[in-house]
Ligand binder design. Sequence first.
Ligand SMILES: NC(=O)c1ccc[n+]([C@@H]2O[C@H](COP(=O)([O-])OP(=O)(O)OC[C@H]3O[C@@H](n4cnc5c(N)ncnc54)[C@H](O)[C@@H]3O)[C@@H](O)[C@H]2O)c1
Length: 324
Amino acid sequence: MNVLITGSCGFIGFHLGKRLLKEGHSIIGIDNMSNYYDTRIKNIRLKILKKYKRFKFVKLDLSKKNLKLSNTIKKIDYIVNLAAQAGVKYSLKDPLAYYQNNIVAFAYILELAKDLKVKKLIYASSSSVYGDVKNKFFVEHKIGNPLSNYSLTKRMNELMADFYSKIFSVTCVGLRFFNVYGPYGRPDMALWIFLKNALLNREVKLHNYGKMERSFTYIDDIINSICLIMEIKDKKNHKKNVIFNIGNSNTIKLFSLVKIIEKKINKKIRYKKISIQFGEIKKTHASNEKFNKIYNFKPKVKVTDGVNKFIDWYLDYKKKYKWL
Ligand SMILES: NC(=O)c1ccc[n+]([C@@H]2O[C@H](COP(=O)([O-])OP(=O)(O)OC[C@H]3O[C@@H](n4cnc5c(N)ncnc54)[C@H](O)[C@@H]3O)[C@@H](O)[C@H]2O)c1
């Protein structure tokens, strides 16, 4: 099959591209190589993808009307939209980056999906859309108010997809990812920052006094879920715009994450417990029943195993790339 992946040099886009290319599919990857975090890791990812003959890369800012994509890209079975300005904290600093890269760019993607009549548009939403909901488990039909520009733009993506599915019959699948981690991960995310600081003997900051709790989800579980959506024919009653949580149903407190890292690298970590930051959710707890019911799949990788794999990768890469 032919798949267009936006954000192909990002963390999730890279892993999805690699998996599909290994399986013999053809991929068009689009990324603007934004410098929100260190682009050296994006270039490493891109270099790996370029080894595959069936990979075509287009460096492009999707939020700019500089190319009528449907004229250049003719036959696409699926679009997986992973391009976005990510990060909750940064969305307070530069809100416009979120409206431009997450809303305007997504509008172009919806138009493209409509023009190309793709089988499905699969797009990344986020657990952050749950905002201030009071539920113990996050279930798809019950969300709260957004707490950041990031979560607001992700919620808007869901509504935009809903509209396009109803009015233009674009079949859309929105995925609310919960704290994804793993090799080739993101330098702006907690696990990477904690490990890097620990190795440099720097203090680690634990928001909400270390009690912040997350459904940490290993990258392989995310990729398996996306692939299942493309492989398996939908049940008859699958709606035109459906939204799923993709998250580990076991949560972990940030303090426990520090303990797992300490054990693995055999080193005491200096940490400081600080208050919660504006826009952050104290606890995310994914219910994955809805996805499991249709696709018979739940994230499986235990946090200890996943974190250990990430650390093995990081330490190995650090030998080659000193800046890590
Ligand atoms: N990683 C997580 O824990 C997580 C959790 C919830 C949701 N998500 C969502 O999943 C998606 C993928 O996340 P990720 O962790 O791989 O993030 P990432 O930042 O590593 O990847 C996103 C990629 O999109 C590219 N991009 C941004 N704006 C663009 C534009 N206008 N045109 C073209 N490319 C653009 C960036 O350069 C980047 O390489 C994002 O939509 C993110 O919001 C991620």
